[in-house]
Design a protein around this ligand. Sequence first.
Ligand SMILES: [Zn+2]
Length: 329
Amino acid sequence: MLSIANIDPRLVGAVIFVFGLMIGSFLNVVIYRLPAEESIVWPGSHCPKCNRSLHAWENIPVLSWLFLRGRCHTCRSPISWRYPAIELLTGGLYWAVFAAFGFTAQTAFLLVFVSLLVAIFWIDFDTQYIFDQTTFPGVALGLLYSYFITHQFWQALAAALYAVAAVSLVYGLSWLILREEGIGGGDLTLVAMIGAWLGLKGMILALMLGVLFGALMGMVMVFVGYVRDRFWPPVALAFGSTLVFFTATEALYRFALPMTPRWEMHAAFGTFAALVGASLGYFYTRSTRDRDTEKPRIPFGPALVLGGMVSLFWGDALFTWYMTQMGPI
Ligand SMILES: [Zn+2]
């Protein structure tokens, strides 16, 4: 009898990779059109320069771009390397989800999760904006996933609400002090979305890693010249203060309350430290530049997405490692 169990998993993996390439091709459309407020389904793919609609053979993920050597067939205008890169990225992520979670209902759900994360990453990278059209369905699907697959619905709901509360606090403080948005409303719903999917532990880890990755990505962006202005002080401030606050609270906890640490305590300190660090970096940026003309390009949304990805694949392992390091005194 032919069942999925009899098929070579490498073959299933290859099929899922190709499926990921095709979804990546669709995500390219979403990433390009959602911020432009164009319809995602109509019209079909067309060259952004000469507007000619593409033939089917020009729409094959990765291969068409290679075959056309990165140029439109008609007007010869360059087609960004990002199109095939995002297709490959999505294919790779699909394969990784299958490799980690098998041919299961969980994998089917998680493919949707990583697709949303890819779209959110690039749209935020391009526009510094996270669209509710991506995060609101993301929160709803995450709660369904937690109910049906991981059976931790209440924890997931608590995580989402906690995200709203914690980030609202920073948001409110920023409004009181600066009279403007600090961490954006989009970041808030993104954290809530990650909480709905990954629960409290996964969300907190994503948040802490998000601050770390934000600092690292900021440094890379300075190196490659994407950001020309002074970027080091706020990045160093955000990263440094996160580390200092986290270490200080951990040390205080360890020496003032000599008991077996519970993960909730570490997590609470980590969240606090990450939010303080991100806010300090943000406040610094805002206080040193012309508020009306420039938006700071601290890529917090994309960094949060990376944090969520790491948390999805290695969250449990990282938590176990940390708890072993911080075991009973
Ligand atoms: Zn063209």
